[in-house]
Design a protein around this ligand. Structure first.
Ligand code: PHE
Length: 356
């Protein structure tokens, strides 16, 4: 290879080595091999070379052309690889970054209490029963020994709905869960035990009453169910629910049209501190009694063969007591801050207490 060709070779190789990117590389390629490139010009001049030297010169030029084409291609491959490396490095993403903690949904305290109650009564052999929120006058009142014009109706602040047929008794938003007693008696085979948690409605509304609230009803019917069963069942339930094994429980004579005898149930607490247990004060917590024979008869059950007990309890009140929730109104506000504070982890078991 003649000196001029060697010089072109070295010069091109040096330029390629110095080319930092594909743009610089392309300028070199065009400058050497392009239409007016330096090597192309030498090839064009081959005709002017003396015939005796032409063959040798031609061979040398071809050799140089192959060598340079190879060097140019090699540099392109290297620059491509470097460009890819740079891009991979700049677009790097750390897939090991832990995700932001997700905010899990929480169980509302009312739902939680009703689940716990169903679990505790379930362990005592009670099944869960349900009834509609919109009830017939008969299920809510008549079947339960509260006929039209009975004074007990006045206590219930009932929401009446338009009657299906003019003149018929208007349906009501159930004022208690007791109509589920009537439904269970009509639908189930005897003996049976059910609890019925659900929504109830009364048209009184102040700081401690909401027009919609929750109750849980209980009904146990058999041939020989006694007041002793009622007391044992409710004492066990209350001590288990509140997690206080010696919680004082008092049965106080009362009146409900659908039970005879009737009793209200109080638990011991400290009125000043709100602490449950032996504080010397009593707090009313539920209504109960032996199912009135008339109620059994109204629902097609022979009261000379079957008897049993029933109870009804407000869910909000015991939820507030158990968890130290001071105010009733936020239960229904859907305020996410309140829910985060008082809500329950859905993955934690609802069976809270030993022995359940
Ligand atoms: N239904 C009654 C109430 O709402 C409670 C109750 C239920 C009392 C069952 C006795 C028996 O106050």
């Amino acid at each position: 290879m003649t000196d001029d060709l060697l010089a072109l070779k070295h010069q091109t190789e040096a330029a390629l080595a110095a080319a930092a990117d594909l743009r610089a590389w392309d300028a070199i390629r065009v400058g050497v091999l392009g239409k007016s490139g330096s090597l192309t010009a030498l090839l064009k001049e081959l005709g002017k070379v003396a015939p005796d030297q032409r063959r040798e010169r031609g061979a040398a030029l071809n050799q140089l052309k192959d060598a340079l084409a190879e060097a140019i291609e090699a540099r392109r491959v290297a620059l491509d690889a470097a460009a890819l490396e740079a891009r991979l490095a700049s677009e790097r993403m750390d897939v090991t970054l832990p995700p932001r903690p997700a905010q899990p949904g929480l169980i509302h305290p009312i739902s939680r209490t009703m689940e716990e109650m169903a679990a505790i009564f379930g362990a005592m052999g009670f099944a869960v029963a349900e009834g509609p929120d919109i009830e017939s006058d008969w299920h809510n009142f008549g079947a339960l020994n509260i006929p039209a014009h009975h004074p007990a109706r006045a206590d219930h602040d009932t929401f009446y709905l338009p009657p299906a047929v003019p003149g018929a008794a208007p349906p009501v938003l159930r004022t208690h869960t007791s109509p589920v007693q009537a439904r269970a008696m009509l639908e189930r085979g005897l003996p049976f035990r059910v609890v019925a948690p659900g929504r109830t409605y009364r048209a009184d509304h102040d700081a401690t009453h909401s027009p919609m609230f929750h109750q849980i009803e209980g009904l146990a019917l058999g041939r020989d169910i006694t007041l002793g069963h009622l007391k044992g069942c409710l004492i066990d339930f209350l001590r288990t629910f509140f997690g206080i094994s010696n919680l004082p429980v008092r049965f106080r004579s009362s009146y409900f049209p659908f039970t005879e005898p009737s009793m209200e149930v109080d638990i011991g607490w400290n009125r000043k501190t709100g602490e449950l247990g032996g504080g010397g004060d009593w707090l009313e917590i539920l209504g109960s009694g032996m199912v009135h024979p008339k109620v059994l008869a109204n629902c097609g059950i022979d009261p000379s063969v079957w008897q049993g007990f029933a109870f009804g309890m407000g869910v909000e009140r015991v939820t507030m007591l158990k968890h130290g929730i001071p105010d009733l109104r936020p239960f229904y506000d859907s305020d996410i801050r309140w829910l985060r504070h008082y809500g329950f982890n859905p993955l934690a078991s609802a069976m809270l207490h030993e022995g359940v």
